[in-house]
Design a protein around this ligand. Structure first.
Ligand code: DC
Length: 222
């Protein structure tokens, strides 16, 4: 049995960076589940499809090209928006579920555990995860972080537009009927509004470490 850490949270809350750092710390494999929805979005756009049409989104989800998971084309604000649109369809979510659960149960590289970040990891994908975090921050702080990120990548983003986009994405992710963004009952809340990345990581580690270490000990005993 692999050890699983579920890191859910809002857009630009810092969950992806925290998940990456937790995976490095414990030497676990890391899956950014948002990249799967972004790959579906890319598939729809590349095929000239309509992200609001279920058939187009499902076709893209079934033909997802995992080799493009690190393609910068999926990291744009527009692809995040389209990912949020295609992710409302139950058949799209169902098409991606197996891959995520397989990753959790059999982390690539024979690692002892997996860190998966997303919106529904602790609630739907891995409800039995050994440790669960729910990461959030004030919307204006998240918009500012996104603005800094996009600026560093050479874009000229509009911060007010990013804030509007983040609010809209929160609303859509929280209100969809299937697998909405929501804190699992047994997840620890981490508010990163006033924390820089080092402080947020220290807080995340303090929250998950006891559970992860207990799970690793149980794993070692077999
Ligand atoms: O984390 P992100 O910004 O890369 O995610 C993009 C969109 O994908 C997000 O707005 C909703 C969707 N998503 C989801 O529905 N479930 C997940 N586990 C991860 C992402």
């Amino acid at each position: 049995m692999s050890v699983v850490i579920a890191v859910d949270g809002t857009a630009a809350s810092g969950k992806g960076t925290l998940a990456t750092k937790l995976a490095e710390h414990f030497d676990f494999a890391h899956l950014d589940s948002g990249s799967l929805y972004r790959l579906v979005a890319l598939g729809v756009v590349d095929a000239g499809g309509d992200p609001n049409r279920e058939a187009d989104a499902v076709r893209a989800a079934q033909a997802i090209d995992h080799r493009r998971a690190s393609d910068p084309a999926i990291r744009t604000a527009e692809m995040g928006r389209v990912a949020s649109l295609v992710s409302v369809f139950p058949a799209v979510r169902a098409a991606l579920l197996q891959y995520q659960r397989h990753f959790a149960a059999h982390p690539p590289g024979g690692e002892k555990g997996a860190v998966i970040d997303g919106r529904d990891i602790g609630t739907i994908v891995c409800p039995d995860a050994d440790a669960k975090l729910f990461v959030d921050a004030a919307p204006d702080v998240r918009a500012h972080r996104r603005w800094l990120e996009l600026k560093a990548a050479g874009a000229a983003p509009d911060e007010a537009a990013l804030l509007a986009e983040i609010r809209e994405r929160d609303r859509r992710d929280r209100e969809r009927p299937i697998a909405p963004l929501k804190q699992a009952a047994d997840a620890a809340l981490l508010d990163t509004t006033h924390l820089d990345i080092d402080a947020a990581f220290a807080a995340a580690l303090a929250l998950v470490r006891p559970r992860v270490e207990a799970a690793l000990r149980a794993q070692a005993k077999g």
